[in-house]
Design a protein around this ligand. Structure first.
Ligand SMILES: *Cc1c(COP(=O)(O)O)cnc(C)c1O
Length: 232
């Protein structure tokens, strides 16, 4: 089956890139981006040992998470967060990569169920400075991260970004390199920051070269997504 072959191929590409760029073996986590994918497609990957899944649309995700009902899977929310979805996100996910507003962080903190571990979060950085993109600017990162310290039910893990597409490998590395430097700088006073969530199907190898610890891969694993728009 295609998904099985794709998964093996991606694992191979990750380990080749780890060696080529002097990264520790198995230091890059594959996050399977399963937005718009069916429960069957997800379960095909689960049966091959895949455990981390990323979803963008709360409603769709919660339905699939409940149907699948596997406590050993680790669910990551990687889409824009609407305030009225914060409760569902805080109760169904283990990670949120897209924190870029204090108001949303506060809601996630308040709504994280007591019986669950603190929610792992990454701060989303708008590295390419595109008006249309989510995320805070690099300049705002220090203040934003300092403000997050008040939220005891959130565990800040690092930075996430989705740069504008770049033409070639060297150009892809530039924004990732800036993010790596920023994480390094932040981790001097906050050694618990261990996560750089960068790299998609288009630029995974460049992201690994620059220190990605989580790569978010959809298309290379499940094939092209159809263009059906979803908003929740
Ligand atoms: C959809 C998505 C991905 C996966 O992109 P592919 O090009 O399909 O690998 C990664 N990150 C985010 C934030 C996404 O929305």
């Amino acid at each position: 089956m295609k998904i099985i072959d794709n998964l093996a191929h991606i694992h191979n590409e990750i380990s080749v890139a780890e060696k080529r760029f002097n990264r520790t073996g198995a230091s890059v986590c594959l996050l399977a981006v399963s937005k718009t994918r069916s429960v069957d497609e997800i379960m095909t990957a689960v049966n091959e040992g895949q455990r981390h899944f990323g979803e963008n649309y709360c409603q769709e995700a919660v339905e699939k998470i409940d149907v699948i009902g596997r406590p050993d899977l680790i669910w990551h929310f990687i889409g824009p967060i609407q305030s009225n979805k914060a409760k569902q996100i805080a109760s169904h996910f283990d990670w949120v990569h897209t924190v870029d507003r204090i108001k949303i962080a506060r809601r996630l903190d308040e709504l994280r169920p007591e019986n669950l571990a603190p929610l792992n979060v990454c701060v989303q950085i708008n590295i390419s400075g595109e008006d249309s993109k989510a995320g805070i600017t690099l300049d705002d990162a220090d203040n934003f991260i300092a403000e997050l310290e008040q939220f005891k039910r959130l565990k800040l893990r690092g930075l996430m970004s989705l740069p504008a597409p770049a033409s070639d490998f060297d150009a892809q590395r530039i924004p990732f390199s800036i993010l790596k430097q920023k994480l390094l700088e932040l981790s001097i006073s906050r050694p618990e920051l261990d996560t750089l969530s960068i790299g998609t199907t288009q630029d995974m190898t460049a992201a690994i070269a620059e220190g990605a610890t989580i790569v978010r891969i959809g298309t290379a694993l499940f094939g092209p997504r159809n263009a059906t728009k979803q908003t929740t």
